[in-house]
Ligand binder design. Structure first.
Ligand code: HEM
Length: 239
């Protein structure tokens, strides 16, 4: 699409309308986890070297995530908003309505018709080196890796989707620091730990942040909000 009228007041009004509709939708359908995952999967394909991928709406071709997230009805009501902005706004609202930090949202992302090649998102069966390969490619840091992994405070894994099963925390619709507490305490064997989650306690540099976030929820919220904003703006230059 042509230039996005981000500074245009009509577009900003549409964004505020969509924000309200997303709050209502996410609360009534309890779909915060899949909305957050949708935003992450759209953004997490970014490659800083080639400046390809990133939050550009191309995840709309992923039927499972798109339908599961029900975002189409908000798009139908606010057709001017780009998919790229809509998905990132949905991620921000999902964190907010489940009790997480407020994340600054700047509109103006453009949509791309080109989906990046498969294999840019992390593989849950791997470890710390792989996490660094993937997140450094996006231009993100060790702190971003640990803070953003805290997104697993929401939701669960489904055997038919990923082969993994279960939730990471006892209340998967509440955004808090329990993901980090459970990683350290290992008190409930029914809670899920992916190999990439376990990697965060096995790697000493990652572990420092896990320990900080487990004991200090304010520190987690502050760092999460900053890392989530970065993720949501990869390759995006505010128009
Ligand atoms: C779910 C892997 C990072 C948010 C999942 C699932 C896997 C996975 C395997 C289960 C999917 C299913 O079976 O439905 C990973 C890996 C990551 C990562 C390997 C590397 C660090 C993130 C990040 C976020 C995130 C950065 C957001 C900030 C979520 C959410 C769900 C989820 C909210 C639950 C979805 C639902 O309940 O339907 N992830 N993830 N993940 N992931 Fe991640």
């Amino acid at each position: 699409m042509a230039g996005v009228p981000a500074k245009n007041s009509k577009y900003l009004k549409d964004i505020e309308g969509a924000r309200r509709d997303l709050r209502a939708l996410i609360s009534s359908k309890n779909c915060a986890p899949i909305m957050l995952r949708l935003a992450w999967h759209d953004a997490g394909t970014y490659d800083a070297k080639t400046k390809t991928g990133g939050p550009n709406g191309s995840i709309r071709h992923d039927h499972e995530l798109k339908h599961g997230a029900n975002s189409e009805q908000v798009k139908a009501k606010h057709p001017e908003i780009t998919y790229a902005d809509l998905y990132q706004l949905a991620g921000v609202v999902a964190v907010e309505v489940t009790g997480g930090p407020t994340i600054d949202f700047v509109p103006g992302r453009k949509d791309s018709k080109v989906s990046p090649e498969e294999g840019r998102l992390p593989d849950a069966n791997q470890g710390a080196k792989h996490l660094r390969d993937i997140f450094y490619r996006m231009g993100l840091s060790d702190k971003d890796i640990v803070a953003l992994s805290g997104g697993h405070t929401l939701g669960r894994a489904h055997p038919e989707r990923s082969g993994f099963e279960g939730a990471w925390t006892k209340d998967p619709l509440k955004f808090d620091n329990s993901y980090f507490k459970e990683l350290l305490e290992k008190s409930d064997p029914d809670l899920l730990k992916l190999p990439t989650d376990t990697a965060l306690v096995e790697d000493p540099k990652f572990l420092r942040y896990v320990e900080l976030y487990a004991k200090d929820e304010d520190a987690f919220f502050r760092d999460y909000a900053a890392s989530h904003k970065k993720l949501s703006e990869l390759g995006f230059i505010s128009p």
